[in-house]
Design a protein around this ligand. Sequence first.
Ligand SMILES: [Zn+2]
Length: 102
Amino acid sequence: MAYCRKCGEVIDDEAVFCPKCGVQQNTVRTDKEVNDDGSVLWAIIAFLIPVVGIILWAAWHDEKPKCSKMAAYGTIISLVVGAIGFFAVFFWFGSFHIHYGY
Ligand SMILES: [Zn+2]
């Protein structure tokens, strides 16, 4: 539904001229195009840079729920892998000290 920009008459969305007053309408579409494709690319970016993943998740929470979810997944996976890596290194150094510390 659109309205004539001069007289306010209800006109067709595609109407070029108002049928009541004949004024030419602004043909520029005001519909905001949201490309919420939920691309796995966002998960990869979030995985590589978790801080960016958190920012994207927060920024797209309402506007792009699918992309937001992918960013959240990437961030979670990144944090889990990071935690496992941290503990792996931690225990590796721990066993190192047990073998050669005494
Ligand atoms: Zn009009």
